[in-house]
Ligand binder design. Structure first.
Ligand SMILES: CC(C)[C@H](C(=O)O)[C@@H](O)C(=O)O
Ligand code: SF4
Length: 758
């Protein structure tokens, strides 16, 4: 009999197929997670969950922990410990909790004394922890960055994080396949950051919802790994949970010799497998977008959403030209927040601050490209008067690498502030933030209201454009600095031979005993125990509050500065902070519906705009809604991570058509109580209108109706997980991490790094 012909598969299909541990009737699959990265903001509640239920971390060897969001980026010369160095109490508490958890659960950790510390999405690739063909997760939406290596990498919430720690698996439904092709040649001054901003401008922040995006085409193939990471990083801003690029020579060259990448014969086996990781000819994509490199120009955002983009040569758009009333209102709000007048040339907009950093653009190439512009401005050129310009390398190693190339001197000579690694001014939950009304050209990824500090105004740009803005004091077309051959004019000498091996890679430490008699990792996993309970959701009757906004992001639901908590509760007052509070006095206002009777008591939120809960993976968003009393949201569509986060908390997101949402919003405006019945899958109104039916995943419905905990259910499949791990060790042995079953990876000999003379 001829062998069955397998139909052509996409890169995503292949990685998915290779990770399925178990499939349930309703399309949900338990998939194995190869790499788990952890930081201090989204993990404390998950570790607490493990502690309470007496569970251990299943694969410390596949877990890597660092501290990045809260850390101050000023000099660490005087650093002794977190307790004295991180002075803001909530930030300190999160960093200290992480260090305690690392010890207690025995996890590999790059702390603040370790020069490999840095932004979680920078250090994984840098160490070779991120590899092609893997599944990779982190309690952070920009995990999409790691897809640049041809891996399936996506952000998860805190409950899912706990699930991965305990089981090394996740319950997932397969997403749709989307491909974005960028063919042709890029214009002068256009970088991968401009390409991804342009893409988001075209597809919108909901464009990739429900999809995994593969970036393809000659432009992408020509990009370095750094450039691919910047693109995949912002997949989440385009609504997609993950973005990926098929691995190729550029990927292999980047990874070869990285500390945690396979070596010798294992490398050869791995590379042979990695070469199979590309979409087959004829593979089916549910959505395909084709763009031309020639149509992309140096790009900048004007508004408060990453889709609000314009070429730097353009003007601030005019809301009056927009027919749709809701869109016009959104634009007016954005322009008022940004303090911009329609028609103003973008290049006339003055900036107060420039930030070069974040998981999008803080890698060595980003720093080089910014340095080139500074050099092109002239030997004595300085940062424009009145502008504060900050350069924050993504990791301690990048900082050293840049210093070895002398980039720090270029920056410092021109008046830039040269910092230590961390998330810094990307999110403003550490000392680096914008003051109210300050305007910043930023290489980060989110320009939401208040993102870089309450009242701060963000324009997203590439590192070269940020450097140009620093030198002129205004948003500036980078091409002004690019006349002639910049590389010969500017004597930058990149060092590809940077030595990553001077620090030994140690296996994870032994877990500390939880009590005198039981340790976190030696305690056996609970067997087929009765599923523990989370709150049940059966029928919910109550006041519904109407909300007429599109693309409500989780930064809007709860701003970053309120994430610095170790608890899941106490967040109600900060729900929709910017909408509910007066900008000046911060008192609750009367305009926002949730501040008024009877909606103050709302149990249901009816949102008429699409893409509710997009952006960051913070589970604090559903926690704050729940804390306020809202247990069900009704909207036309959701950000993928937010949707699963709500269901992990006994809340029900109902998806209805836009017309149905508008209809229900009328009832909500009238202050009527409505009833969400999960048992019958329908929404009932008291005014004689017919019930509205809805659909919901069967497994999720079952869990919600019975108040079941995913982790306990998954642990019933521990046998299948163990079998998968055995096959994984045989087929992909390089995926067992350092320290697995007592193995150690050899430490390469120490090489000397010399400061470059140029
Ligand atoms: C803290 C974390 C939940 C968040 C994210 O998921 O993206 C943060 O990194 C951000 O950039 O907003
Ligand atoms: S987006 Fe910003 S805050 Fe989030 S991980 Fe990246 S650098 Fe950190």
């Amino acid at each position: 009999m001829p062998a069955p012909v397998q139909k052509p598969r996409t890169l995503y299909d292949k990685i998915w197929d290779d990770h399925v541990v178990d499939v349930q009737d309703d399309d949900l699959a338990l998939i194995y997670i190869d790499r788990h990265m952890v930081h201090e903001v989204t993990s404390p509640q998950a570790f607490e969950g493990l502690r309470v239920s007496g569970r251990s971390v299943r694969r410390p060897d596949c877990t890597l922990v660092t501290v990045d969001h809260n850390v101050p980026t000023f000099s660490r010369k005087e650093f002794t410990d977190i307790g004295s160095f991180v002075t803001e109490p909530n930030s300190r508490a999160q960093c200290q909790a992480l260090e305690e958890n690392v010890k207690q659960f025995g996890l590999p950790y790059f702390g603040m004394k370790d020069r490999r510390q840095g932004i979680v999405h920078v250090i994984g690739p840098e160490q070779g922890f991120t590899l092609p063909g893997i599944t990779c997760v982190c309690g952070d939406s920009h995990t999409s960055t790691h897809g640049a290596f041809g891996s399936l990498a996506f952000g998860i919430g805190t409950s899912e994080l706990e699930h991965v720690l305990a089981t090394q698996t996740l319950l997932q439904k397969k997403s749709k396949n989307m491909r974005i092709n960028v063919e042709g040649t890029l214009n002068e001054g256009v970088t991968s950051k401009d390409v991804i901003l342009h893409i988001i401008g075209v597809i919108g922040t909901a464009g990739g919802t429900g999809c995994i995006v593969e970036y393809a085409g000659s432009v992408i193939r020509g990009f370095s790994m750094e450039a691919r990471m910047s693109m995949c990083n912002m997949s989440i801003e385009g609504g997609a949970r993950a973005g990926m690029v098929a691995p190729d020579e550029i990927t292999f060259n980047y990874l070869r010799n990285r500390p945690l990448a396979p070596k010798g014969e294992l490398w050869d086996r791995a590379e042979a497998y990695w070469r199979t990781l590309k979409s087959d000819e004829g593979a089916k994509f549910d959505v395909e977008v084709n763009l031309r490199g020639e149509d992309i120009f140096p790009t900048v955002t004007w508004g408060t959403s990453p889709q609000d983009v314009v070429a730097i040569t353009g003007n601030v758009p005019n809301p009056a030209a927009v027919a749709d009333a809701a869109k016009r209102a959104n634009m007016e709000r954005a322009l008022s927040y940004m303090g911009l007048v329609p028609g103003t040339p973008m290049q006339d907009i003055k900036v107060d601050k420039v930030f070069i950093g974040s998981c999008t653009n803080s890698r060595i190439e980003d720093l080089r490209s910014a340095a080139r512009i500074v050099l092109a401005a002239g030997p004595d050129a300085k940062v424009a008067p009145g502008v504060d310009a900050l350069i924050v390398p993504g990791s301690g190693l990048i900082k050293r690498h840049a210093e070895a190339e002398g980039l720090d001197l270029i920056f410092k000579r021109a008046g830039f502030d040269w910092r230590e690694a961390g998330c810094s001014m990307c999110i403003g939950i550490n000392p680096d933030k914008l003051a109210p009304g300050e305007r910043c050209a930023s290489t980060s990824n989110r320009n939401f209201e208040g993102r870089q500090g309450a009242g701060g105004r963000t324009h997203l740009v590439s590192p070269a454009m940020a450097a140009a803005a620093a030198m002129t004091g205004k948003l500036t077309d980078v091409r002004k600095f690019l006349g002639g051959d910049v590389t010969t004019k500017n004597p930058l000498k990149p060092t590809s031979e940077y030595d990553f091996f001077t620090d030994p890679v140690e296996p994870a430490p032994e877990p500390e005993p939880l009590t005198k008699t039981e340790s976190a990792s030696s305690k056996p996993l609970p067997p087929t125990e009765t599923p523990s309970s989370v709150a049940k959701f059966v029928v919910l009757k109550g006041i519904a509050a109407p909300l007429h906004l599109e693309n409500v992001d989780t930064d809007m639901i709860i701003p970053g500065r309120f994430l610095k908590t170790l608890k899941r509760t106490g967040l109600a007052d900060n729900l929709f902070y910017a909408l509910r509070r007066d900008r000046e006095t911060t008192e609750f206002n009367d305009e926002m519906v949730l501040n008024r009777e009877p909606w103050k008591h709302a149990k249901i939120l009816v949102c008429t705009g699409r893409n509710f809960g997009c952006g960051s993976s913070r589970e604090h968003a559903p926690w704050s809604l729940k804390d306020f009393g809202i247990l069900s949201i009704i909207a036309p569509s959701y950000g993928d991570i937010f949707k699963s986060n709500t269901m992990q908390n006994g809340m029900l997101p109902v998806t209805l058509s836009e017309a149905e949402c508008r209809d229900l919003a009328e009832d909500a405006e009238a202050g009527l109580e409505i009833e969400v019945d999960l048992e019958k899958r329908e929404i009932r109104r008291p005014n004689g209108k017919p019930p509205i039916p809805f659909t919901v995943d069967e497994f999720r419905r079952h869990c919600l109706l019975n108040g079941l905990d995913d982790i306990a259910l998954t642990l019933q499949k521990v046998g299948a997980i163990g079998q998968f791990e055995q096959r994984r060790s045989e087929t992909w042995p390089w995926l067992d991490g350092f320290g697995y079953k007592g193995q150690k990876i050899p430490v390469a000999p120490v090489k000397k790094t010399t400061k470059m003379e140029w």
